[in-house]
Design a protein around this ligand. Sequence first.
Ligand code: FE2
Ligand code: FE2
Length: 287
Amino acid sequence: MILYAISDIHLDYAENRDAFESLSEYPDDWLILAGDIANTESHLRFALDIACRRFAGVIWVPGNHDLWIRSDSGMSGSVEKYESMVELCREFGVLTPEDPYVSWGEGEAKHILAPLFLLYDYSFRPDDVSEEEAIAWAMEEGILCRDEALLKPAPYSSKQAWCRARIEYSKKRLSEVSGPSPIVLINHFPLRQDLIRLRKIPRFSIWCGTKETESWHTEFPVSVVVTGHLHMRATDYRDGIRFEEVSLGYPRQRNQEIEFKDFLREILPGPKEKFYLNEGPFWRWEG
Ligand SMILES: [Fe+2]
Ligand SMILES: [Fe+2]
């Protein structure tokens, strides 16, 4: 029984849909889909349908691309879209950040799986740049995330306000977890700024998370943190806790000779010894 994770499968790309469909069956194992699965409901349905037929259990959290609102979406904003995606997941029995956390594994190997949706608040910026100046600061280097046009937080007044509400909701729920089992935190966005290594576009960091979660891995009894968003596959450790970045990424960013199954990251039981990873051959972000 293995808990696998992958994120950023971006099924809007036919190559990624074909690759995902190529997965064989893992009847005893679970799969975490850690956001940026698809822009459209039909592609999310495609993902959930395949994942649920191949795996014993599936967990989903949203990424920023999942929340994009296009003019033909017929939705009032990203909050409504998020709620409709949660409903779709429930149709398939897929766990979301709105469901009770589940325990996974047996005996001493038992863990609590906590899917989160925390968003970002532009706080991954230098101290001398204010929140109001953050986007202009990124744009000085020609960087502007498409979320600024397509991620619409209404009825929240801003993405920061939505992020704050998500942090409060998640913190309260995590603080209510009791018992000896450690928690696996699952979120699309990285929880710590020091895990972001976007060497070519460092100012993209403002769209990558919130400083509010910097110490959640020690504040709560956490064993592993699973995230995506960076398209920068890695395994890191902070304070002895394992942080897994599990992105697949766009077709142009990955080595097409590597099969999709080899991009599935084993979260649990996980490596027996500390294992650092920065998957060069998988990854082409640096050109
Ligand atoms: Fe992505
Ligand atoms: Fe993302």
